[in-house]
Design a protein around this ligand. Structure first.
Ligand code: ATP
Ligand code: MG
Length: 377
């Protein structure tokens, strides 16, 4: 008898001609993330993970891998009634239960219902406080009888679902240190995007601690994707130039447009397929439809995706808590935009007025210098 982990993948997305490729990507992602911790094999339409020292750690990694819909830590035994019943010996439960037998291997001599009853008897002998309830049991003891082996287990942990990272291309995500952008990145990765982060730092107005916070957020999202790169772009010269030369009410709009211009350059450099932000319609003054639209005009070669565009803040917060970024996001370190935020930002920026303000700046020079620090990295 051996303890192994079964990781199941969603069927729907993995059908058709792309299936072998999706499964190869998913297997590769799992193997990379479990490297040095466990081994992964694809057998019988599920991943079987073996060779780990700590089952909980390996199961957590597996269930947090996009494309995996559920995970169970199981006992793997020989395909004989005796071996399976022996695996039930240390089951300790109370309350109601049922035994669910899946006899995928029809050469197994005992029929499912009959075998479930026999196994139920074993459990009742060892657990005086249990009662069988087939319709709404507190515990379900699963016995999955396959060709080469049988699996015995109770718990089925939900996986994160989605599609294997890398199957949908690559996104450059503008990561701010707030609540929204890490959640946007998580959702993009969930649909199969590889994630690279770009953060605009404004030292000395923003601190090393603010940067450390952004790095921490990048690492948390990276735990789901297998690792994300973070490119930190100096934004002080640009912020000062806007503040010095432009009408302050356009400050945020123009800053955002510079961020998008540079993110697009970075994106083209790393062969990304899209830019992504944590923007959310009407959440703040700069995120009116006009404000959001004004960012679109400066990205000419990559689309901008905004996974959170229609979410309620409470929905974003709930997701941030679930994925583990919330506690870091609310650490109180200043963002460049809070440092340079004007008293009266324009709510519905007129694109021509914005462009007229930007003409007061050496746009290419500013973008090139910020980007040079990245290219030289
Ligand atoms: P968040 O919680 O993501 O900070 P927010 O509600 O604070 O969102 P804004 O500060 O208006 O929103 O920023 C909108 C989006 O612009 C962010 O979600 C992020 O994608 C991007 N952004 C803002 N500031 C930065 C920054 N300093 N570096 C990189 N991206 C940024
Ligand atoms: Mg922010």
């Amino acid at each position: 008898m051996e303890k192994v982990i079964i990781a199941r993948f969603g069927e729907v997305h993995l059908k058709g001609g792309n299936r072998p490729w999706f499964l190869k990507m998913l297997r590769g992602n799992l193997a990379k993330r479990l490297d040095g911790i466990a081994r992964v094999a694809l057998t019988d339409n599920r991943f079987v993970i073996t060779g780990f020292a700590n089952a909980d750690d390996a199961a957590t990694i597996a269930k947090n891998t996009f494309g995996i819909i559920s995970v169970s830590v199981v006992k793997r035994v020989d395909v004989t009634p005796e071996a399976i019943m022996a695996a039930l010996d240390d089951v300790r439960i109370d309350g109601t239960f049922k035994v669910a037998v899946n006899r995928a291997n029809k050469r197994f001599v005992v029929r499912s219902t009959e075998f479930a009853a026999t196994c139920g008897g074993v459990i009742m002998r060892n657990n005086p406080n249990v009662r069988v309830d087939l319709s709404n049991p507190r515990h379900i003891i699963n016995i999955d009888i396959r060709e080469q082996c049988a699996f015995v287990y109770e718990n089925v942990l939900d996986g994160v679902g989605g599609l294997p990272v890398g199957t949908a291309g690559r996104a450059v995500v503008l990561l701010s240190g707030g609540i929204d952008s890490p959640v946007a990145a998580f959702l993009g990765a969930k649909r199969g995007l590889n994630i690279d982060f770009v953060h605009f730092a404004t030292p000395p107005y923003t601190s090393e601690l603010a940067l450390a916070k952004v790095e921490k957020l990048g690492r948390i999202v990276g735990e789901y994707t297998g690792g994300c790169r973070l490119f930190v772009i100096p934004f002080t010269e640009i912020s000062r130039a806007i503040q010095k030369n432009c009408d302050h009410k356009y400050m945020i709009t123009i800053m955002r447009r510079f961020m998008v211009r540079i993110a697009e350059r970075v994106g083209l450099h790393v062969r990304a397929d899209c830019i992504m932000t944590g923007e959310n319609l009407a959440q703040v003054a700069s995120q009116t439809i006009e404000g959001i639209a004004s960012n679109n005009f400066v990205a000419t070669r990559l689309p901008i995706l905004r996974p959170l565009i229609t979410f309620d803040k409470s929905e974003i917060v709930a997701l941030a808590k679930r994925i583990g970024t919330y506690e870091v996001s609310i650490e109180p370190h200043e963002d460049c935009c809070t440092v340079f935020v004007p008293a009266n930002p324009v709510i519905k920026p007129n694109i021509r007025a914005v462009e007229a303000e930007e003409e007061k700046l050496d746009i290419d020079g500013l973008v090139n210098r910020a980007n040079a620090s990245f290219a030289g990295n």
